[in-house]
Write a protein that binds this ligand. Structure first.
Ligand code: NDP
Length: 245
């Protein structure tokens, strides 16, 4: 049977890297997108290839439409077909709303929202032509509830949810599903600015009593991309240990 194929943006580290391992070990051919962390993307792709998996390393800054177009062309040339797109690349920003500069707002939206849009638009002609495809976006619990001192980040992640729901309606008739994963607090470098006390407080607030791992989010992504996700579209799955219910 043909290997299923996935392009995961921001797969050089964190949730994206965990997803690349999870998909590869489930038999998928994986395109690992990175922007700055070339060494880490390279090490990951080598690791996957050593294990006998098909892995491709593709550089693009998702906020750059031209780079995204070239990346998707490259993936399609190598894999011939793309079954799933995971729009995972993202940046965070913590700080008071009144202190945020226009440049910071623009960067957050350029990566988190426009990056998602560029990637989806780049894969759509292929998926529409095949009348098949699964698109998964990454939001956050802050995109659902809003987070104090995370106004810009929350706004971008709320936009991703609205985009997901609208596209699910628009693309369903073309056989394409669009779903969103909105994690709670996950142990990655994105939360590197949180000290041990902040993390302990968040764990205590969480009904399951701990923060999540990138692998736990990766398994939700794989579920959505697999047969389990066939009749799901426009949904927001929230691996968050019950922090937001
Ligand atoms: P990390 O900071 O650990 O990793 C971010 C990834 O995004 C890196 O691979 C980075 O690539 C990539 N990236 C950043 N900017 C760009 C860009 N312009 N173009 C391409 N890739 C880029 O983040 P996480 O793994 O924690 O987060 C992954 C996603 O999950 C994000 O969308 C985030 O908002 C979301 N999320 C995370 C949560 C958490 O608690 N960690 C909670 C809720 C949501 P490189 O290093 O190569 O530049």
């Amino acid at each position: 049977m043909r290997e299923k194929t996935v392009l995961i943006t921001g797969a050089s580290r964190g949730i994206g890297a965990a997803a690349a391992r999870e998909f590869a070990r489930a038999g998928w051919a994986v395109a690992v997108n990175y922007c700055r962390s070339e060494d880490r993307a390279h090490a990951l792709v080598e690791e996957l290839r050593r294990e006998g998996h098909t892995a491709l390393m593709v550089r693009a800054d998702v906020s750059d439409r031209t780079q995204v177009g070239e990346m998707v062309d490259n993936v399609l040339e190598n894999f011939c077909q793309l079954d799933t797109l995971v729009c995972n690349a993202g940046v965070g920003l913590t700080g008071m709303f009144c202190d945020m500069t226009q440049e910071q707002w623009r960067r957050l939206f350029a990566v988190n929202v426009e990056g998602t849009i560029h990637c989806i638009q780049a894969v759509l002609p292929h998926m529409v032509h095949r009348k098949a495809g699964k698109i998964i976006t990454l939001s956050s619990m802050w995109g659902v509830t809003g987070g104090s001192c995370e106004a810009g980040y929350s706004a971008t992640k709320g936009a991703v949810i609205a985009l997901t729901r609208a596209l699910a309606k628009e693309l369903g008739p073309s056989g394409i599903t669009v779903n969103c994963v909105a994690p709670g607090v996950i142990d990655t470098e994105m939360n590197g600015s949180l000290g041990p006390e902040d993390l302990a407080a968040l764990a205590e607030e969480t009904p399951l009593g701990r923060i999540g791992t990138p692998e736990e989010v990766a398994r939700v992504l794989l579920f959505l991309a697999g047969e389990g996700g066939d009749f799901l579209t426009g949904q927001v799955l929230q691996p968050n240990g019950g922090l937001v219910i």
